[in-house]
Design a protein around this ligand. Structure first.
Ligand SMILES: [Zn+2]
Ligand SMILES: [Zn+2]
Length: 140
């Protein structure tokens, strides 16, 4: 099967850190929990889950910072110590790597399948489809 050789690559904003994922991308979902909102600074995290054996750092691993939230069972975060971008992080249990989908380079052939912790969403969150769409910044 050709798709067993699928490779996806990703990087942080400054490009110091790059990574590669081999094989199928797993679960893809939006998480609206307060931890994901804080760590991404956004309304929700767009996270993909892959097995640790599928993931490897290609460049700049020494620039990857990690923060482990004391009381969390799974949650941690990783980031580029140079540009601050979120990066894939190994769960505290070591069972999965959580990949922020926005750090991937390729167009994905899968789409998010669910919203998790939707009850914890920010009170100001609106479904994107309810808002006007501009292809770029709107004209002033
Ligand atoms: Zn960076
Ligand atoms: Zn979350």
């Amino acid at each position: 099967m050709s798709d067993t050789h699928t490779i996806n690559t990703g990087s942080c904003l400054c490009g110091s850190v790059t990574y590669e994922i081999s094989g199928h991308l797993g679960l893809f979902q939006y998480c609206h929990c307060s931890r994901c909102r804080k760590t991404t600074g956004s309304a929700f995290a767009a996270n993909l889950f892959v097995a640790p054996t599928q993931f490897k750092w290609m460049q700049g691993e020494d620039k990857v910072g990690r923060y482990e939230l004391a009381n969390a069972k799974h949650f941690a975060s990783a980031f580029c110590t140079q540009c601050g971008s979120n990066l894939p992080w190994l769960t505290k249990t070591g069972k999965a790597v959580v990949v922020p989908a926005g750090t991937l380079n390729e167009t994905l052939d899968i789409a998010p399948k669910a919203n998790t912790f939707y009850a914890s969403r920010a009170p100001w969150e609106k479904c994107v489809s309810e808002l006007p769409m501009f292809d770029e910044l709107p004209a002033r």
